[in-house]
Design a protein around this ligand. Structure first.
Ligand SMILES: [Zn+2]
Length: 319
């Protein structure tokens, strides 16, 4: 059986032909071109779906799954709000139904779809209670309870990035202040590194970006850690601690068996995971904290497209 999963991001559209074992058979990655508007973006996704299914023909596809960023109303098939695309109330499903009238099509939020991908074909195989946390430009999460995605009353369950971690912290683009995302996202990590440098701390990071500290990214911080840079290690440990507190709160409420960490920031590996696990142990109730496994995501940059395909498979009862 063949499925197509398409994951819409602020920068790229990632689309794949996937079989029922979650194996990627053909993929297509193209620029989102968000500025050209919703019609152009949806046309781009449709073209990508044709492209990955060109060898077998669209008639051989069993179902299509879509991962859409931001707030999604899955009953109406609408994107309610996607800040990085400039979308508000876009009838996404209508467009796809018009193009593929005879195909079952499913859509959900991109992080939730990635969570399904990890549950069925990644680190969470066989685990019925888990959380996926994505650390990238933003911080998001998806929740699986008793084997099922938990979406919440208004489809916004899992917004860990906008839970308050510092009472009087920095203002966030969501209107709240002290949000976890402001500190633990890739831009948050880079900003804290820059703040330290401006305060006069020595670091190899300045030299790595030709002394233009506006060029410091979370990736630069991670590389500097590998070089043994003390300031970069401090920034990474602080990130792990702030994140660890947020995740410990989450664990005490949900009591999951596994927490999977994905997204670009998670590629920092052990230097993030070790202090993170330590903080979680220290900050959780005894049983929940000792039993939970905190692991990196397995599907990496394929989690969105494989997850979108998994959404279609689950919707059709194939998995
Ligand atoms: Zn916020």
């Amino acid at each position: 059986m063949y499925f197509v999963g398409s994951d819409l991001g602020g920068t790229n559209i990632a689309t794949a032909l996937v079989n029922e074992r979650g194996e990627v058979l053909k993929k297509d990655k193209r620029a989102t071109e968000a500025k050209k508007g919703p019609e152009h973006i949806i046309r781009n996704m449709i073209d990508a779906i044709y492209r990955v299914s060109s060898d077998i023909g669209i008639g051989s596809i069993t179902g299509i799954g879509l991962g859409i960023p931001g707030l999604v109303d899955i009953d109406k098939g609408m994107s309610l709000f996607a800040g990085n695309l400039g979308w508000e109330n876009i009838p996404v499903m209508e467009e796809f139904k018009r193009e593929f009238p005879s195909l079952p099509i499913f859509m959900d939020n991109d992080v939730r779809v990635a969570t399904l991908g990890e549950k069925y074909f990644g680190a969470g195989r066989g685990v019925d209670n888990l959380i996926l946390i994505t650390l990238g430009t933003g911080v998001g999460s998806g929740i699986i309870i008793n084997g099922k995605l938990y979406r919440g009353k208004t489809y916004s369950a899992g917004e860990i990035g906008h839970t308050t971690i510092f009472k009087d912290g920095l203002y966030c683009n969501c209107g709240n202040r002290g949000c976890l995302e402001v500190y633990a996202s890739a831009p948050g990590i880079a900003r804290r590194a820059r703040d330290y440098i401006r305060a006069g701390h020595f670091t190899v990071m300045a030299g790595m970006v030709g002394n233009d500290i506006s060029k410091i990214t979370a990736e630069v911080v991670s590389k500097a850690c590998d070089m043994g840079d003390r300031l970069a290690m401090t920034v990474m440990e602080e990130t792990a601690e702030i994140l660890g507190i947020g995740i410990a709160n989450y664990i005490d409420i949900i009591n999951p068996e596994m927490v999977i960490i994905g997204g670009g920031v998670s590629l920092a590996g052990d230097k993030l995971f070790e202090p993170l696990r330590k903080t979680v142990r220290r900050r959780t109730m005894r049983n929940a904290g000792e039993k939970v496994r905190i692991v990196p995501a397995e599907l990496k940059d394929e989690s969105g497209m494989v997850g979108a395909a998994a959404l279609a498979m689950e919707g059709l009862g194939v998995i």
